[in-house]
Design a protein around this ligand. Structure first.
Ligand code: BGC
Length: 762
């Protein structure tokens, strides 16, 4: 499996010595890609594609649909035979150049496309995507993706299997770490920014996993999803539409089933929705062995049938199945697959190759090695992004930032000194030895203030043994401040890491309870790929900082925030549950005919738990205090061609500079279908000095205030829309607007060009 393969590589590479000279940011940009896509040249591209197609044999066309990984079962000679169109997991420029030379020897010399999972960094790791989402800052997302792309394209990688645009409301699902969380608007804005960033840095994207992969039943990876069509279009598709509008040339089909039909064989989704409604003209790749999995799904009896079904459903490229190359030639000859279907798939792949300029690019330069990274600039960028992703959940008694009276700090917990864990899953060519750990970050910063730091892991990474606990407790007793660093080692997060138990694992709760009982000032830094169930610890530990997997410079960024050199400004991109039984829990739920009333069990309630989350979506504290002084709505009578504009006046009433994410939510109180209690429609991150006051305008086209019906019709109904403004999804009501005219668009009327999200946060 790719994950194991990637992990094995990371382990091998982490043991290699290296030297890292500094490479400047400018030298990484690939001019061949930075101007792409060149839409003006589309006619030229189409002619080139058709010319080439006319000269290709059936086998050569199918070769373009074959995506094979480095390592077994790759047969290098198949590259020169024109039987492989794309390659993945090529991690070294020398290998890429070798494959390119072989492809040139093939009859038509068509260049392969080289893909890799570059999610949040190549060598320099940025915070994992869910953490990066907490920055609520598309500029930072763009920057992080651009850096990852610059480093990867330096060694010749051209295409990333990212961004992951799967909305998820279920933190049991380990892959929630790879996405943006639970909100379609935040997801659309950030997915677009990530696609743009990757492009700027020189990588084309395969946005994934189309669609519904983030809603597997029970949060179990690879399980089926059931999503009503209207909900699919309102919640799960907007980030994909945004990715296409931003220029994603390809999309990866989810390997799960959607509403009973595996996506890899789902022509409704891949043809009707993706092509006809959305208007996507790039290509679709399967996920890893996804076509073969049609046998497991029980919709194909043989590999040939699986290949035929996938191709006819609209999957253009076969990732690590080799079923197209083995079976489609015979399927065509037997008349079961029309040659036009093969032509169309090959056309889509070639179109992208021409658009990316692959035919004119120089080969990878074997002298280009990833050991030149991480450069000082990349480290600085990673640190700047990481600082914005940290979410301060509690800060009772102003334990943070660390004050002048603190002279001795006890750092406790295995994840304080876990250089690999802090990088998180899917860390491409990461080297653990590049990491600045949280312990190192604290030590370096403490030294400059003459503060003594002691360190005790207290337990092993998984905290199954706590042999070192007694010493840790003693060190805590001697300290003025305890900084505990616990959470979820990265092996418990990511693909194939769904969890039914989300409490702090092993001995962690017992250790933390004992530390808290000392009654010392104490801060818990959580390193994890998702919210974890805190139980009583949420009440007993005075300060809690969610650090996610903060990346290569994670330790520096965490120290920046702990010591108050930077004020935390992250906000939760997912609701944080009190207990596992509340999952799925999300802020934009539908109203009930029996809204929650305390003390009335016949209303929407649990009898043994609150219905509210522990921390709501959009929530996060800072070291300053923001006052919302007032909001005004420019115009309250609007038609679907108008734009809603809300001016919000904000003051930093604290003593430190800080950043606030101003959030605008709506509710359509009476409609032809139940509409969510809150929907985020715009946000803006604002930096204010202490005492500074500013007005910001949040705007949303009225045409974005509507919703879909199950048949794909999009409607903006006439009537009232309530507005809420604030620093979390608990935002306060500020008034309402009236939409005076209804808009109805048939399926397909909102194709890519007209369907971008409102990126008011830019
Ligand atoms: C994952 C994809 C990934 C692919 C290639 C699969 O297991 O689901 O997200 O891009 O492997 O590594």
């Amino acid at each position: 499996m790719p994950l194991r393969f990637a992990r094995a590589l990371v382990v091998i590479l982490a043991t290699l010595p290296f030297n890292s000279p500094i490479v400047s940011q400018e030298s990484k940009a690939d001019p061949a890609v930075s101007g792409w896509p060149a839409t003006a040249r589309d006619d030229v591209v189409e002619t080139q594609v058709e010319d080439l197609l006319r000269r290709m044999t059936l086998e050569e066309k199918i070769g373009q649909l074959n995506l094979v990984s480095h390592g077994p079962p790759l047969k290098w000679n198949e590259i020169s035979e024109g039987r492989i169109g794309a390659l993945l997991n090529f991690n070294a420029a020398g290998d890429i150049a070798r494959a390119q030379a072989l492809a040139r020897q093939s009859r038509l010399g068509i260049p392969p496309l080289f893909g890799l999972d570059v999610l949040h960094g190549f060598r320099t790791q940025f915070p994992i995507p869910l953490g990066e989402a907490a920055a609520f800052n598309p500029e930072r997302s763009r920057e992080a993706a651009a850096w990852a792309a610059r480093e990867a394209s330096h060694i010749g990688v051209q295409w990333t299997f990212a961004p992951m645009a799967d909305l998820s409301r279920d933190i049991r699902w380990g892959r929630i770490v790879e996405g943006f969380g639970e909100d379609p608007h935040l997801g659309a804005v950030l997915t677009a920014a990530r696609v743009e960033g990757f492009r700027q840095g020189g990588l084309a994207t395969a946005v994934k996993h189309f669609a519904g992969y983030g809603a597997p039943q029970g949060g179990r990876d690879y399980d089926a999803s059931s999503i009503p069509p209207a909900e699919l279009r309102d919640l799960y598709l907007p980030p994909f539409r945004a990715a296409f509008a931003a220029g994603s040339v390809s999309v990866m089909a989810a390997f799960t089933a959607l509403n009973g039909v595996p996506v890899t064989a789902n022509s409704w989704l891949l043809e009707k929705v993706l092509r006809d409604e959305i208007g996507f003209d790039g290509f679709v790749t399967s996920d890893w062995a996804g076509i073969h999995e049609l046998l497991g799904h029980g919709v194909a009896a043989t590999e040939a049938e699986a290949a035929r079904k996938a191709l006819l459903a609209g999957v253009d490229m076969d990732m690590m199945g080799e079923l197209y190359i083995q079976h489609i030639p015979d399927e065509v000859r037997a008349g079961r697959v029309p040659i036009e279907a093969v032509d169309e798939a090959a056309r889509r792949v070639l179109r992208v190759k021409f658009r990316l300029g692959l035919f004119d690019r120089p080969d990878a330069d074997p002298a280009h090695v990833d050991a030149v990274f991480p450069s000082a600039e990349a480290r600085a960028a990673s640190r700047a992004v990481a600082r914005e992703t940290l979410v301060l959940l509690h800060n009772r008694g102003d334990v943070l930032p660390i004050g002048p009276d603190v002279r001795r700090i006890a750092v406790i917990g295995p994840l304080a000194d876990a250089p690999r864990d802090q990088l998180g899953p899917h860390a491409a060519r990461a080297h653990a030895s590049d990491s600045v750990t949280i312990l190192e970050g604290i030590k370096w910063r403490a030294r400059s203030s003459g503060i003594a730091v002691s360190y005790h892991a207290a337990c092993d990474r998984l905290c199954s043994r706590d042999d070192g606990f007694a010493e840790a407790l003693e060190a805590a007793r001697q300290a003025d401040l305890v900084i505990a660093v616990f959470g979820e080692p990265e092996t418990l997060s990511g693909e194939a890491a769904s969890r039914a138990h989300l409490g702090l694992n092993g001995r962690q709760p017992a250790i933390l309870r004992a530390l808290a009982e000392l009654g010392k000032p104490m801060a818990l830094v959580l390193v994890a790929g998702r919210p974890l169930i805190l139980d009583d610890l949420a009440e007993t530990i005075p300060a809690i900082l969610m650090a996610w997997y903060p990346g290569t410079e994670g330790g520096s960024a965490v120290a920046d925030v702990l010591f108050g050199d930077v004020t935390p400004s992250g906000k939760l991109p997912v609701s944080w549950p009190r207990s596992v039984g509340q999952i799925p829990i999300y802020y934009n739920r539908l109203p009930s005919g029996r809204p929650t009333l305390e003390n009335n069990r016949f209303t929407l309630n649990y009898i043994d738990e609150a219905v509210t989350p522990l921390f709501p979506f959009g929530y996060g504290l800072g070291y300053s205090r923001f006052e919302y002084l007032g909001s005004s709505i420019a115009d309250t009578m609007l038609t679907p061609s108008d734009t809603l504009a809300v001016t919000v006046t904000l003051r930093n009433a604290g003593a430190r500079p800080g950043q606030e994410v101003v959030q605008l939510y709506i509710r359509d109180p009476v409609a032809s279908r139940s509409r969510p209690l809150r929907e985020l429609k715009a946000f803006r991150k604002v930096a204010l000095q202490a005492g500074e006051q500013r007005s910001v305008v949040l705007s949303v086209p009225v045409r974005d205030l509507g919703f879909h019906r199950d048949d794909g019709t999009y409607v903006v109904e006439a009537g009232a829309i309530q507005l809420f403004v604030g620093g979390s999804s608990l935002a306060e009501p500020i008034g309402q607007i009236t939409i005076t005219k209804e808009l109805q668009l048939p399926p397909g009327a909102r194709q890519i060009a007209g369907s971008e999200p409102t990126t008011t946060a830019r």
